[in-house]
Design a protein around this ligand. Structure first.
Ligand code: RFL
Ligand code: PHB
Length: 388
């Protein structure tokens, strides 16, 4: 097989890269090691920044999101027994949209296959070759046969556990990493969320987040041990914990739990995000803890820049934008890292904290909801920093 850009991974990064290249008249092939059904039902992110929403609409894959997504003006902070609304639209003129990542993925796969563009699912034994030359290759097995894609560039969009980042020779990448001493236990429940907006709850028993996928489907999380055994959490115990951490500021309706799982939390960045003709984008290059809801948004921001650089190359032969890809995207990546770390340290309990730390966190929350300047800082980061 021969194409211009070989894309590894059919998550938000890979699929959006493919769509942006298609709009620029550039051919690509997307390969994915999971099944289509798995990609379209894997429950992950839910919150889309305003600019990312606008981009999905602009590139023609946002029609269902516009119909079914929930536009939110802001979020609510819950601590010391009181709910505090923060209105992003009032503060920075932007909001956010709740629409499941798997729905974004479903819409993009449907659009791509519907326009006759290839996505090869359930590929195996993927490897990249000659990435430091002008003729890189992707090798894999598909439907029992060995296959090879010759291309000009490779989009490494295969997530945190993919093969692209580890294929870059030792010594090229610098890793910046932090693991947090807690995780999130998350459930999807067939019940209305406790509020029409997200509630971020600081509580003596630990952090909790009350979000949603629709007015009848609640997505609820609470801080737990990083290696928490989900088997030790029967449904009634989960509800008890959620009720306690909501602290009675709203009524929490229980429903059937249709999915549950534990997510560990880390901050991770590699620099640079490229080597030769292999370009990393999204979770393959960086991870944030979910507290700031930035991961999928950052993945979309990366590929927006990468697609531009590739298009510039095919238009003029110039490589400056490609050479400068990492330098261009990393400042925004680091700002999202800072924001996600800041939200995480402010809202969670840490194993070795003492009474001073709790008082400091409460003072920070109190400052945040009483200072327009502080709320504006939160709003501009949460709703999404400028993209250019
Ligand atoms: P993905 O989505 O992991 O996609 C990578 C794809 O590559 C495939 N793959 C391979 N394909 C071929 N060959 C190989 N060798 C391969 N190895 C892997 C994988 O199967 C997969 O399909 O990465 P991408 O595209 O960079 O997108 C990143 C986002 O998925 C991630 O950052 C977000 O889900 C993070 N996140 C959130 N982000 C937000 O912007 N807003 C949120 O509200 C939000 N909430 C969350 C989150 C992540 C969470 N978890 C479970 C980690 C909430 C949670 C709980
Ligand atoms: C979600 O809706 O799953 C979600 C929202 C906000 C976050 C994390 C996850 O900070």
């Amino acid at each position: 097989m021969r194409t211009q850009v070989g894309i590894i991974g059919a998550g938000p990064a890979g699929l959006m890269l493919a769509r942006l290249l298609q709009l620029a008249g550039i051919e690509s092939i997307v390969i994915e090691n999971r099944s289509r059904n798995y990609c379209e039902s894997r429950i992950r992110a839910g919150l889309i920044e305003q600019w990312a929403h606008d981009m999905l609409v602009e590139v023609g894959v946002g029609e269902r999101m516009e119909r079914e997504g929930l536009f939110h003006r802001g979020i609510k902070w819950n601590f010391a027994g009181t709910l505090h609304p923060i209105d992003f639209v009032d503060l920075v003129g932007k909001g956010v949209v709740i629409y499941g990542q798997q729905e974004v993925v479903k819409d993009m796969i449907g659009h791509r296959l519907g326009t006759g563009q290839p996505v090869l699912f359930e590929v195996e034994d993927v490897s990249v070759q000659n990435i430091d030359s002008k003729k890189p290759k992707i090798r894999f097995r598909h439907e029992g046969k060995a296959q090879e894609i010759d291309c000009d560039f490779i989009g490494g969009c295969d997530g945190f556990h993919g093969i692209c980042r580890p294929s870059i020779p030792d010594g090229v990448l610098t890793t910046y990493d932090r693991e947090y001493p807690f995780g999130w236990l998350g459930i999807l429940s067939e019940s209305p969320p406790p509020d029409e907006e997200l509630i971020y709850s600081y509580h003596d028993r630990g952090f909790a987040l009350f979000t949603m996928r629709s007015p009848l489907l609640a997505r609820l999380y609470f801080q737990c041990a990083p290696d928490e055994d989900i088997e030790k959490w029967p449904d009634d115990k989960i509800w008890e914990e959620l009720h306690a951490r909501l602290g009675g500021v709203r009524k929490l309706q229980e429903g059937e739990i249709v999915q549950k799982g534990v997510t560990s939390m880390r901050s991770f960045v590699v620099e640079p995000m490229q080597y030769g003709r292999l370009f990393l984008a999204g979770d393959s290059a960086h991870i944030v803890p979910p507290t700031g809801a930035k991961g999928m948004n950052l993945a979309l921001a990366d590929v927006r820049m990468l697609a531009r650089a590739i298009a510039e190359f095919y238009r003029s032969g110039a490589t400056e934008q490609l050479d400068g890809y990492s330098k261009k995207v990393l400042p925004r990546v680091w700002k999202a890292q800072r924001f996600s770390w800041w939200m995480t340290q402010m809202l969670h309990h840490f194993p070795h904290e003492n009474a001073f730390d709790r008082r400091r966190q409460l003072a920070e929350l109190d400052y945040l909801v009483n200072s327009r300047a502080a709320m504006t800082t939160l709003a501009e980061n949460y709703a999404g920093l400028p993209i250019d």
